[in-house]
Write a protein of this length. Sequence first.
Length: 176
Amino acid sequence: MELLFWSCLGGGIVYAVVTIILGDVISEAADGALDFLFGDALPWLQPMTLVSAITIFGGAGLMLERYTPLGTGLVLVFAAMIAVVLAIAVYFLYVRPMENSENSTGYSLQELGGKMAEVLVSIPPSGYGEVLVRVGAAGVSGQIAASYDGEAIPLGAKVVVVEVKDGTLMVSRIDL
């Protein structure tokens, strides 16, 4: 039984070390082939949670076997219970908050249609200026803009992006 516990503990430690050192390299080499491991159907069934449970099972089993007078069956049961409880804690205290904190700063120009912006460089009736558009949760981006209506738009005016044409935001002034 001690071999099982040492195997679980050692395997978890090796997994953690390999993931930390080679995680990105392996992910890049697999080119998304292992994405099924991070299944959307069972979000709690993450490799981090499962490996944590296996590692905790091994460590708890070793400690219970060595420092308590419990029999093999009870050691297995208690080690499994400790592993499940702590794996649930790992999921709710680490994995889930990390999933919720992932934000992307990427966007495409096509997503900017309908967004409000502020004019940074005045836009002449038939020329180009620049607007500041809020993108994502906490980002802003300066973009080339032209007047959709063919009217001059002064510096500091509030505008809305009507459409994106050839990489240029076509904007129209709005009064709030």
